[in-house]
Ligand binder design. Structure first.
Ligand code: RAT
Ligand code: ZN
Length: 420
């Protein structure tokens, strides 16, 4: 703190409020979990109005409001699906839900008038853009500095791009996602074998060493910042299962060897309604015991955790207080709604102080980062204003530089420090 820097105290509440707002807006975000891709990945990078309208969050809401049979919807091409969603969710009903409001915010921030309800006009505007320029514009509008992708070596579209050794784009960082390995060993070991790893169904020492080699190769190839998996509500550890064995004897050793965290996204029940396809997953509450056990039993490993059930959020905060090798992140998926983000952000700051990653976007379509961060920044601002106001009311004095430091930490610094 320099001698003549303004200190906010209880007599300067308005100055404090304005400063917090400005700093949260101006501080760039490092978005630590998305499903976006760099333009070099070609069609894997989704962008534009028809992709925004067919986001799976909106598909689920469409089926609630429409009586179109599932098969009839899936038989439509993307543009016709987008037309159906637009008519049902934006014209025949008010777009009140968070995912609908997101489309409105995106159009508005891109300078298009959402109130005009001019879908063909929006299409024409997007058709005139290139993916590269749209990435530049979107990152600038959302004020994000980088986005971490979700990179799946089991994905037949993605794999060849990595194998062709694409030219890196520093704004897109990689994360090695390994759901098939941990959630479906029976269905994935033969694929590893086909790629030249000497594995068999039985998880003997040789096989586990080869799985570790597979992970190590991909961590290197992708220069991955972390490894990640999504897990069902009944995730258990320790237990006698292929998942627990692979986790303890291949994944965690590979993570240690590369110095990268292992991210667990816990609480998703895949395909509770398969007719909804990507939109068909549900949520369940989980035990915190596996997280606590892993953090305690593997102190040399770093863990990042987010959980999908609202009911788990308090216990997860308590767990994060106990382990310095545990970093809590984001308001995931069904929690990415203003009322829940606010509740969670407040609780986390109260229990953990600024040692948390309050949000990630989970964007699947490029321009979604605009709304996800606009909406979350608004809430983070509100919560921080309250917290600082409570502090100065209690007699503390705080400088602008200190607020800047805190916000930087929340919007990217904590993640960067943790991944090292
Ligand atoms: O939020 C989503 O879009 C989900 O479909 C999932 O992708 C989830 O975020 C995940 O990473 O598994
Ligand atoms: Zn995700």
């Amino acid at each position: 703190m320099t001698a003549n820097e303004t200190l906010f105290d209880r007599d300067n509440a308005v100055g404090l409020r304005n400063t917090v707002q400005r700093i949260v807006q101006e501080t760039p975000v490092l978005d630590m979990h998305t499903h976006l891709y760099a333009p070099a990945f070609g069609e894997l990078l989704l962008w534009g109005i028809d992709e925004l309208l067919t986001y799976h969050y909106l598909v689920a809401e469409f089926f609630l409001a429409s009586d179109m049979p599932y098969d009839a919807f899936w038989a439509l091409d993307k543009k016709a699906q987008a037309d159906a969603i637009w008519k049902t969710l934006f014209v025949d009903h008010s777009p009140i839900s968070e995912a609908c409001r997101g489309v409105i915010t995106v159009l508005d921030r891109l300078g298009l008038d959402p109130g005009a309800r001019d879908l063909e006009g929006y299409r024409a505007w997007f058709a005139a853009q290139t993916p590269e320029a749209q990435v530049d514009r979107t990152f600038k509008t959302a004020n994000i500095s980088a986005a971490v992708m979700t990179n799946d070596p089991f994905d037949t579209l993605e794999r060849p791009v990595w194998e062709a050794a694409l030219k890196g784009d520093p704004r897109f960082l990689a994360a090695l996602r390994i759901d098939p390995l941990l959630n479906d060993w029976a269905g994935s070991w033969e694929r590893l074998k086909g790629w030249g790893y000497d594995v068999e169904a039985a998880l003997n020492d040789k096989t586990l060493a080869e799985v570790q080699r597979f992970l190590s190769d991909w961590l290197t190839k992708m220069d991955a910042r972390y490894m990640a998996v999504s897990l069902p509500p009944d995730f258990a550890f320790p237990e006698d299962s292929p998942r627990a064995k692979i986790l303890a004897e291949a994944v965690l050793p590979a993570a240690r060897a590369h110095g990268v965290p292992f991210a667990m996204m816990i609480g998703v029940t895949r395909q509770v309604n398969p007719a909804l396809r990507l939109a068909g997953d549900g949520v369940g509450t989980s035990s915190l015991a596996p997280v606590e056990h892993l953090c305690a039993a593997f102190p040399e490993n770093k863990f990042m955790v987010t959980m999908l059930a609202r009911e788990n959020q308090h216990a997860l905060c308590v767990a994060a207080r106990k382990f310095r090798n545990l970093l809590l992140f984001g308001c995931w998926w069904f929690l990415n709604n203003p009322s829940l983000i606010e509740e969670m952000t407040r609780m986390r700051l109260e229990l953990l102080g600024p040692s948390v990653v309050p949000q990630h976007s989970d964007a699947r379509v490029l321009e979604q980062v605009i709304y996800k961060w606009a909406h979350s920044r608004e809430i983070i601002t509100r919560v921080l204003r309250h917290k600082y106001a409570d502090l100065v009311e209690a007699g503390w004095r705080i400088s602008e530089a200190e607020i800047q430091r805190d916000v930087k930490q929340l919007l990217g610094g904590n993640f960067e420090k943790f991944v090292g």
